[in-house]
Design a protein around this ligand. Sequence first.
Ligand code: KG4
Ligand code: ZN
Length: 354
Amino acid sequence: MTILGIETSCDDTAVAVLDISPDEITVRANVVSSQVTIHAPHGGVVPNLAAREHEKNLGHVLELTLQEAKMSEIDLIAVTRGPGLAPALWVGLNFAKALAKEFQKPIIGVNHMEGHIYSNWLKPVGENSKSEIRNPEFPILNLIVSGGHTELVLMRDHSKYELIGETKDDAVGEAFDKIARLLGLGYPGGPLLEELAAGGNSSRYPLPRPMLHSKDFNFSYAGLKTAALYLLRDLEKDGPSPRPGQYHISDQQKSDIASSFQKAAIEPLVQKTIRAAREFKVNAVYLSGGVSANKSLREGLEHAAKEIGLAYSQPLLEYTGDNAAMIALAGYFNYQRFGATELETLEADANLKW
Ligand code: KG4
Ligand code: ZN
């Protein structure tokens, strides 16, 4: 079965083609057109600008993807229907619906977060994977960390999910982006902050780990963000009103703040995931979402999961960010379980839940 995936929930215009046979999955093409340079001057994603760019680029990205996949026949269209930015989601959804109508193909709406989970099973473009995916090690505990979400999701089977913890305020990726901005780094700040942190001393500045010891499996990042802001203010020598990138602190201090922040942000993720893994007696821990590109998080969680004898998985780096291959794969399993979505009832839902 050949599946066309379409993803436009945020600032990446993404289209992919996936081939699934009874025991193999192959990504035929995976094209992502990033809008980062458009949004960077605004310090964050502007929803209407994102929608306009998706409109402009989708046709071309589809063409490129089909060329690269060397395929013209598809059997199913999978499209992200939420959560995400409403204007951006609608562009992808309407595009997918028009294709489904014109070519008389079944369509399925996919939860973006579910897509991130499935990114764990994707192999490099063109590489066949004898798929362990048909009999994975359920139950799996998923830590999904992105710019908009920080969630612990228990997966007992394909397409069966239970949300067991989430952030009560900011998402961890959002916190990375905000601190990066305060330190005068570019946008998106996560990868830049990680780079800066590499040369720093993570124990130099004590920063809080909110909710680390709470009995539930929730997270909080607003307090850590504020603490980092106050720390910067205290360290600043000239002038009382800080503006992004205008702190008069040394480069070493900046690195040490980045490193101390990164450690404080990751510790609750690892500790709570492991505690939940024990409590729910899972067989495996899977990491996903944009922040799963972070090396300290990857290494920290892998080490902690393996230490208690659990299987561990993380997406290949090329699939940590938003892409349409993950949407196509999640769409396939939803289609197996629930069948196609009715074209007329398919709508975007910016706040789609599990
Ligand atoms: O999943 P994603 O691409 O888009 C959303 O659905 O939100 O996640 C983007 C987020 C951004 O906040 C970005 O700064 C963060 O992932 N991110 C990172 C790293 N790479 C991306 N955060 C920390 N370390 C990284 N290496
Ligand atoms: Zn995402």
